[in-house]
Design a protein around this ligand. Structure first.
Ligand SMILES: [Ca+2]
Ligand SMILES: [Ca+2]
Ligand SMILES: [Ca+2]
Length: 833
């Protein structure tokens, strides 16, 4: 038996197909469509054949593709079938492009330390795709630039920046892009740009000078061509590609891909701790993430940095093994006993961490960058200045046109029949005021902007932050950072959000879904927001790029569109927010306060009636929250009893249905209710506490770690905020450790690496790159919270910190970051109690 088992087992250095259905050897994972391409945002650089090389996902996008360097919104293949054959050691994937009725199959087989990739066609290539369809594999630029390659023995170097040759071809030769959109502005030439290869040959050895990144690729039947995708799009990767032959069927292409494995390699332990530090009294637990081949060290140490710069060991205790969680093993090191204020670092085995502080003040400034820098930079329709630098000029001066009826949109919106009273492409007056850029893009996402105002009002009413570091002039349309102007910034931010949302309600009659780009080549804009459009009214009588004699209009169809299809659910959310905003603005901007309250009452009434009449609304009324929060907000604003009665009628059934999702809204009501409400809430808070404790068993970090395609910092933030509220109102049930655990996760105690996920906040080692609107500069906007640690199927967490362009791990949104403001402030309030 033993001999037989030993014989059938591959040699130690070979790739083998494991139970999780990917090819594995120590240091190398080859995934074959564990993550499929998805529609919508398409090319997410997360799919196809992927290589995780010594712990870093450096290669992906392996698939039959229809261009040299596919961009986002280029067509991606569907993969209707994926067959895994453990006996034969193969994974076979069928690929389909319905736009061209084009099918292919890719079969991947382990061959010693390499995989063999064979492409099969059952029917010859459609003629439209001859010279266009090929097999591609993409290499992460930040892990390969400045490294060498050899192609058929001839040396070259991966370029740090894209500056190789391109050509142009007529637009009618361009392979169709997603839904017929165009990612480029051809400036009237009728031609599109195509990169030319940097190098061509039959064997590529990438990074022979860096063993952890070295990969050998050979092609039997066709040339390998190496391209630089950054020529077309800053988020492009290096692409290795072979064209598929015309007129042939059967096996048409074979590659061998051999990622080097460094002998004896074991991933360095990732010691997770709070880079921002700890207050003396709080629990302090480092979570150590370990390669499964690694042995858990018996103990870890805390060292202190003394005043003369020398270091001394002050604490040591055993490390406790926690168990396995996906790919790695986890252990915990509890150093809660270290309480004396000072500068410290941890030692575990050969790892010495960055230093961190223990002091009562460590959380005092965690929201400053978000409130003083990130939020004002995202103010739309304003020039934003900081010292010597202008972040952006005044965007969208020409205003917004009604989106044409029955139009789909690339940012996942759509315009149905028009119910705004305007015609398609007619200017809707008054919308180019206030509001916040959604995220790494520049649209006004109405739902997010509603959340922003709601969050800011909550911040104002709960904490009364008088902080004044920002000059805001609606008259000048000008914002200057770090210039106090005598008005609390939060009030000015509430006003700015409300101005746009009230303008929508007044001018459209209800809320728009979004105010967004009309053409795709504006949507992926990277640069000054004021240069997205030309600031001139679009006049279809002029030619594209032509200006009118008076200089006020142009023939370039770049004006933004308002997507106005009515959504009564959104109207109700707006009613809630307007009620809250009207309270906050009273005494500061009474006119706007009154306008907000008027829109709140009207949308509340109309939205409720519309929802009751719609089949969707009837379902929602039974299963969801209805307008519970709206009723609470309206009661607080108006004092009218019927709003309170409605809230009370809704809150208990909602808690009975799902305490974890309703508890946050129920806790928000505590300040406005009598003591009997609080007593009735008590058993629900006890139930919620039970849920909080189960999280510690679900993963080693003890916070809700989501596994979706947008990583989970947002849910950690809302978990932390709710836990902070619970411990504020029910300190005998829920202690502060839960909210502190959320802080620890955000500031570095999380999988993959231990950098703080909040840009520039109080940490020794915050993340350095984010998917902000300045992402092309490999930079960040201070105070941004990254979505964080993204899960890739079947067992890999990652957060790139040398490559900003994956939105699911590095973006950060206006609603999310104002949510972080609440969390940070709630935590501060909890700790001063
Ligand atoms: Ca958006
Ligand atoms: Ca101010
Ligand atoms: Ca324009």
């Amino acid at each position: 038996m033993l001999a037989l088992a030993a014989c059938s087992r591959p040699a130690a250095g070979d790739l083998r197909l494991n139970d999780l259905e990917y090819f594995e050897r120590q240091g190398v994972n080859v995934l074959v469509f564990s993550n499929a391409f998805s529609g919508g945002f398409n090319d997410e650089k997360n799919s196809g054949i992927e290589v995780i090389h010594h712990g870093v996902r450096t290669i992906q996008g392996g698939a039959v593709r229809l261009s040299n360097t596919p961009e986002q919104w280029d067509l991606v293949p569907q993969s209707p079938e994926r067959k895994v054959d453990p006996e034969a050691g193969t994974i076979e994937v069928s690929l389909r492009y319905p736009d061209y009725d084009f099918d292919s199959r890719v079969v991947v087989t382990a061959e010693g330390p390499a995989v063999r990739i064979d492409v099969y066609l059952d029917k010859p290539l459609p003629s439209a795709l001859v010279g266009e369809a090929g097999f591609n594999l993409e290499f992460l630029p930040s892990q390969y630039w400045n490294k060498a390659y050899l192609i058929d023995g001839k040396p070259g170097r991966f370029p740090r920046y894209s500056a190789s040759l391109t050509t142009t071809r007529p637009n009618d030769e361009k392979v169709r892009q997603y839904k017929g959109y165009r990612t480029y502005d051809d400036r009237g030439t009728g031609r599109f740009v195509e990169p030319l290869p940097i190098a061509t040959g039959r064997t590529l050895i990438a990074a022979p000078d860096a063993p952890e990144r070295m990969v050998k690729v050979t092609s039997e039947d066709a040339d390998l061509m190496l391209y630089d995708g950054r020529l077309l799009a800053q988020n492009g990767w290096y692409v290795l590609r072979s064209l598929l032959p015309a007129g042939r069927t059967g096996k048409v292409l074979s590659w061998t891909v051999e990622p080097n494995a460094v002998p004896g390699w074991v991933r360095e332990p990732n010691v997770g701790f709070s880079q921002v530090g700890y207050i003396p009294s709080q629990p302090k637990v480092a979570v150590i993430e370990l390669d499964k081949q690694d042995k858990v060290c018996r103990s870890a140490e805390v060292w202190r940095v003394r005043e003369d710069g020398s270091t001394v060991r002050v604490f040591s205790c055993p490390v406790q093994s926690w168990g396995d969680y996906f790919k790695y093993h986890y252990a915990k090191f509890d150093f809660s006993d270290v309480r004396e204020p000072g500068v410290y670092f941890l030692r575990y085995g050969n790892v010495q961490t960055e230093n961190f502080l223990i002091d009562g003040s460590v959380y005092d400034r965690i929201t400053d960058a978000t409130s003083d820098v990130w939020i004002p930079i995202h103010m739309n329709h304003m020039t934003v200045n900081e010292g010597y630098r202008v972040w952006h000029g005044e965007p969208f001066r020409e205003g917004y046109l009604q989106a044409p009826a029955h139009t789909d949109h690339f940012d996942l919106h759509s315009q149905g029949a028009i119910d705004s009273g305007y015609k398609g492409l007619q200017l809707i007056p008054g919308l180019n005021v206030g509001g916040y850029f959604d995220a790494g893009d520049f649209d006004i996402e109405t739902g997010s902007n509603i959340s922003v105002v709601q969050n800011l009002v909550l911040d104002w009413e709960r904490f009364k932050p008088m902080r004044d570091e920002t000059f805001v002039s609606q008259e000048q349309r000008y914002v200057d950072l770090h210039r106090p102007d005598g008005v609390p910034d939060v009030l000015q931010y509430i006003e700015h959000g409300t101005l746009n949302l009230v303008a929508q309600a007044e001018n459209i009659g209800h809320m728009a879904q979004t105010l967004s780009n009309s053409v795709l080549d504006n949507y992926h804009h990277l640069g000054d927001a004021a240069s997205i459009t030309d600031g001139l009214h679009y006049d279809p009588r002029l030619k594209p790029y032509q200006k009118s004699a008076d200089g006020r209009s142009s023939g370039t169809p770049d004006d933004m569109w308002a997507f106005t299809t009515r959504n009564p659910g959104l109207d109700l959310r707006a009613a809630t927010m307007f009620a809250a905003a009207s309270r906050a603005l009273k005494g500061y901007n009474d006119g706007l306060s009154a306008r907000a309250l008027a829109q709140s009452r009207r949308l509340m009434k109309e939205g409720t009636e519309l929802l009751a009449r719609s089949p969707m609304g009837a379902r929602r009324g039974q299963g969801g929250f209805g307008n519970m929060s709206t009723n609470l907000q309206l009661f607080v604003s108006t004092g009218e009893q019927h709003y309170l009665d409605d809230f009370v009628a809704q809150v208990w059934p909602a808690l009975d249905r799902n305490v974890n999702s309703a508890i946050s809204a129920a806790l928000d009501a505590v300040p406005y209710m009598d003591s009997s409400y609080k007593e009735r809430l008590r058993p629900y808070v006890e139930q919620y506490k039970h849920y909080l404790d189960t999280l510690e068993m679900q993963n080693p970090y003890g916070v809700p770690i989501g596994l979706g395609n947008w990583a989970a910092s947002g849910s950690v933030v809302s978990y932390g905020t709710t836990a902070a509220s619970a411990s504020l109102y029910f300190p005998d049930i829920v202690g502060p450790e839960y909210a502190l655990r959320a802080a620890g996760y955000l500031f570095g105690c999380h999988p993959y690496h231990n950098y703080s996920l909040v840009a520039a906040v109080g940490a020794t080692r915050p993340k350095e790159v984010f998917y902000g609107n300045n992402r092309a500069d490999f930079s960040f906007i201070p105070g941004n919270v990254a979505p964080g640690v993204l899960f890739r199927h079947p067992d890999h967490f990652e957060n790139y910190d040398d490559w900003p362009f994956l939105w699911g791990q590095n973006e950060g949104t206006i609603a999310g970051n104002t949510g972080y403001l609440i969390f940070g402030t709630a935590l501060q309030q909890l700790l001063v109690q």
